[in-house]
Structures are given as C-alpha cells and as structure tokens.
Design a protein around this ligand. Sequence first.
Ligand code: GAR
Length: 197
Amino acid sequence: MLNIAVLVSGGGTNLQAILDAEARGEIPGGKVTLVVASKPGVFALERAKNAGVPGIVVRRKDYESSEDFDAALLKELHDHQIDLVVLAGFLSVLGPSVIAAYPMRILNIHPSLIPSFCGPGYYGLRVHEEALKRGVKVTGATVHFVNEECDGGPILLQKAVEVLPGDTPEVLQKRVMEQAEWKLLPRAIAMVCNNEV
Ligand code: GAR
C-alpha cells in the first residue's frame, strides 16, 4: 500500500476527485495520507479535513531560499513516509532535491494536451486563455511524471476535450476538469499504485 501526498494550492477539485475515487475503492494500492498546501486558507485544506486526512502548509515565502523550502517539504514527506507525490494544482516549483528523492514517483496534472500550452507560466486559467486565443478545436488534460524539465516528464495519460463555439476560459476549464482531469488523475494514481507503469 503506497502512502500518497497530494500537493495543492487552490480549490482542490482534483484532490476531491482522488479522495472520492479512493472512497469508491478505485485506488486499491494506495491511500492519501497527507495534503500539503502552498498557502493557508485554501479550500483544498477543508476537503482534506472533511476526509480525515492531515493537512499542512509549506509556504515558499516562509523560507529564505528555495533550497530551504525544498528541505522543509522533503522532511514532511519523509516524516509522513510518503511513497507517491501528486501535484494537483500546486503552484510552487519543486526543486532538484525533491525531484531526485522521488524518481518516477511524482505525478502532475496539466490542463492541456502536452506539449501544447505548457511550460513555465502556463498554470490554471491562463492555459485555457491561450488555447482559446490560438483557436484550437481540441484541448484536454495530461498526467505526467515530474522530472527537472517543467511539464517535460514522461506522459502517463492524456484525454482530449472538444473546444466549443462561445467558450470562455472558465467554461472550457470546467469542461476539461469534468471530462478529463477528474477521471485521469485518480486512474493514473491507481496505475502507479498497482505497478502498472
Ligand atoms: C487544475 O485545472 C490543474 O490541472 C491545474 O490547476 C487546476 C487546479 O484546480 N494545474 C496546472 O495548471 C499546472 N500547471 P483544483 O485545485 O480545483 O484541482
């Protein structure tokens, strides 16, 4: 059974999808045992609390350097005996020491079909704004392993989602979440926990 930490920065709808999938028995090889937020007060921490999962805050600006932040985060992950790290809308960048400690054991969800609309600065609504600006007819979501390159690690799962006439970034974001992200991320976690990758 793998201990899973989910790292969040916002509303935590992907965290909720993971917790719900776990409750339905769809992640038999793993259990969410820690939620780490990049700042206090985010709704994702409420979701953790409601599910009875410990939630903590590790905030970049509380540390003098990114190395100190990485060391603090790594200590929490080790103290909680975490085997698998899931980035579910986590805004802070993970440094090399964290990435090296969890090779092929950090998953990220990105709200586009990588390699489109990804890389530094492509986060949340901005991704959908750029997709609409470019006029793509299909977008989607990607779950990939995290390595040193931003959004550049090996791809595990992708799902396409149609862009419809009149879409706003908000409407498109919701469709991508509902049709792709909330299904893809729990499935990817189950695959890693079952040794299917
Ligand atoms: C999700 O759409 C996720 O794909 C995106 O942030 C949102 C978090 O929402 N992640 C990125 O853009 C990473 N580059 P949530 O807090 O409701 O899960």
